[in-house]
Design a protein around this ligand. Structure first.
Ligand code: 2AM
Length: 175
């Protein structure tokens, strides 16, 4: 069977995706970059790259054994990385649970041959792509909070000019 382009991520509640899309439309001009469609807004925990089915299965088995409490995520920070052309939303202080979960998934991925960037994990939700020109960021003061009680493995699929993220499996965090 063919490889799949995979990543572990936290998906956002539907209503939060809608709120963010409206906030983005109110705060960034159309020329700032290409908006990520609402359904694709997510926070990546570990990017795996192209993965063979057997490795995917092994990583899913390990993910299913993770026992970790859920946590609240506060989205209260935004930034611009001009080189990859990304405008993002993130948190001023990442919760410990988020860092622990990402670090575990990234270590498991690395042990299974999935290259992990040496750059420190910077949790973020990409709002705009192809944002290579300077962008005025909204002033601080925005804030959304949501409870993270699951995480998922996604396949990134590209067809007819569109990228779609399909959840292959999800696992609960403890309450
Ligand atoms: P990004 O939004 O900052 O581009 C699917 O592509 C997800 O995996 C995105 O959230 C993307 O982050 C993340 N990702 C991390 N490293 C990546 C890489 N080397 N190539 C593509 N996506 C990567």
């Amino acid at each position: 069977m063919a490889t799949q382009r995979l990543f572990f991520a936290i998906s956002l509640p539907d209503e939060m995706q809608q709120q963010l899309v409206h906030w983005r439309a109110d705060n960034f001009p159309a020329e700032a970059g290409q908006p990520v469609v609402a359904a694709n807004l997510h926070l990546t925990l570990a990017f795996l790259g192209e993965v063979a089915p057997q490795t995917s299965q092994q990583l899913q088995t390990l993910a299913s054994r993770i026992i970790q409490p859920g946590f609240d995520l506060d989205l209260d920070d935004a930034g611009h990385w001009p080189r990859p052309g990304v405008v993002w939303l993130g948190c001023q202080r990442a919760p410990r649970g988020l860092l622990q979960l990402a670090s575990l998934l990234r270590a498991q991925a690395a042990r299974h041959g999935c290259y992990q960037s040496p750059q420190p994990f910077h949790p973020h939700i990409t709002l705009l792509r192809h944002a290579t020109q300077p962008v005025a960021l909204p002033p601080r003061g925005f804030h959304w909070r949501f409870r993270v009680s699951t995480f998922s493995l996604f396949a990134s699929e590209y067809s007819r000019g569109r990228t779609r993220y399909r959840a292959l499996a999800s696992w609960p965090l403890t309450s």
